[in-house]
Design a protein. Structure first.
Length: 416
């Protein structure tokens, strides 16, 4: 009997050593919850045994209890590093079988190839859907949170505003061979036009396409007529388009003889309006004064903020921020009943009770701190002391087992 008691002590000391070693091994694991081994004594319960003369039957591991105290917080510069200051857990959906939920205090998140918020294991961070103003649209359902890289729909260019300064005299002809040119207009033949100005044009997908406006000088000033005349062409994505009207005229001072009307260029794939109202002629070399268009690309993500209430705000190209979702914080009536899944995550059990969801900062839930990570709550000094204690307990139990074995051997050596 004594040998079994000593053996139970060895097993208990081994369990304490294992628990302490696991705590020490995870001292740098984000969100890790330290554990401690709890023991209870074994005592023979029989109506025929007097408890006053019974010494007990050993020890057993009663429970491995985890500590859910707040761990130390480390400040970072990453918006998606999150800490819960207070009670609650982040809710994570399984990356392989979407829908299996787990709960963790480890708040190192990033984005995947589809711009969903995920942890290092690929699990999806869950939240409540919101309206763009941040109000909750549905607090009964939770889902993955996506941070789109762009916002808004693309707009195809329909209007181009261009202001250029054309040059007087032969120097302003560029490579054009004559006035008017001897050959038909060809964007690949610089002898068929005087000047060219690249312009920005977006297609229906919001992508830029090559485009330019060409100036063909058709008339130089003379004694009878001091007017300089240019004919316009536009080439967009390889397609040459003509306009109505297609000419602009300048007097001897370089001013339009009449206000330059908007030109409507049309082709098989494009219809564009060109405004040259600010165009003039000077003695300076040809140059573009200004260029603008009305096409729009989807606005790119310019900033991301997460409030202490877990609301995720994104701003796009300087526009006002819009809400993308609000973190779903889970809590349990008995956190000690949670099942440890590894990777600093837990699953509910009958003992823990069902999860209760809420938003950060309300209903007893902790606040969210962005740009910070909760470290392990392991107290390394205490663990080292526990390690020494467990070692001594193991040695003492081993000594008891050795003594019991020696006593048994003594009895075996008795001769009649």
């Amino acid at each position: 009997m004594t040998s079994f008691i000593a053996l139970s002590g060895l097993n208990a000391a081994q369990a304490e050593l294992s628990t302490t070693s696991n705590n020490i091994a995870n001292v740098n694991t984000l969100g890790f919850r330290a554990s401690r081994a709890e023991f209870s004594d074994l005592f023979t319960r029989s109506p025929y045994v007097t408890s006053r003369t019974s010494s007990g039957s050993g020890v057993r591991v009663q429970n491995i209890r985890q500590s859910f105290n707040q761990g130390a917080v480390s400040q970072t510069s990453d918006t998606l590093d999150l800490t819960i200051q207070g009670q609650g857990f982040f809710t994570i959906s399984d990356a392989v079988q979407n829908g299996n939920l787990s709960y963790t205090r480890a708040g190192a998140f990033g984005v995947d190839e589809n711009n969903y918020l995920v942890n290092s294991g690929g699990g999806f961070l869950q939240g409540f859907p919101t309206n763009v103003d941040g109000s909750l649209s549905d607090q009964m359902e939770i889902d993955r949170i996506q941070v789109p890289k762009t916002q808004g729909d693309p707009v195809q260019t329909t209007q181009v505003d261009l202001a250029v300064s054309l040059q007087f005299g032969a120097a302003g002809l560029g490579s054009q061979d004559a006035v008017p040119p001897t050959g038909a207009f060809d964007p690949n033949d610089s002898t068929t036009y005087a000047n060219m100005a690249p312009i920005n044009v977006l297609n229906a997908d919001g992508n830029a396409v090559p485009a330019a406006v060409y100036f063909i000088r058709n008339q130089d000033p003379s004694g009878a007529d001091p007017t300089t005349t240019y004919e316009m062409r536009m080439v967009v994505d390889g397609e040459t388009m003509t306009a109505t009207p297609d000419e602009i005229n300048f007097d001897s001072d370089g001013n339009p003889t009449t206000p330059i009307a908007s030109m409507a260029f049309s082709g098989s794939s494009w219809n564009l309006s060109l405004d040259l109202a600010e165009t003039t002629m000077t003695n300076e070399s040809f140059h573009v004064e200004s260029s603008a268009h009305d096409g729009q690309k989807p606005r790119g993500l310019s900033g991301l903020e997460i409030g202490d209430d877990g609301l995720i705000w994104a701003s796009y190209a300087g526009d006002l921020s819009i809400a993308l979702g609000q973190l779903a914080i889970g809590n349990f009536s008995n956190v000690q009943g949670l099942k440890n899944l590894g990777q600093a995550s837990f699953a509910p059990t009958n003992e823990s009770g069902d999860v209760e969801y809420g938003v950060a900062g309300s209903d007893g839930m902790g606040n969210i701190e962005s740009g910070a990570l909760e470290l392990s709550n392991v107290d390394l000094t205490s663990e080292l002391v526990d390690l020494i204690t467990a070692q001594r307990n193991y040695q003492a139990s081993a000594k008891a087992l050795e003594t019991s074995s020696a006593m048994s051997q003594t009895i075996m050596n008795i001769r009649g």
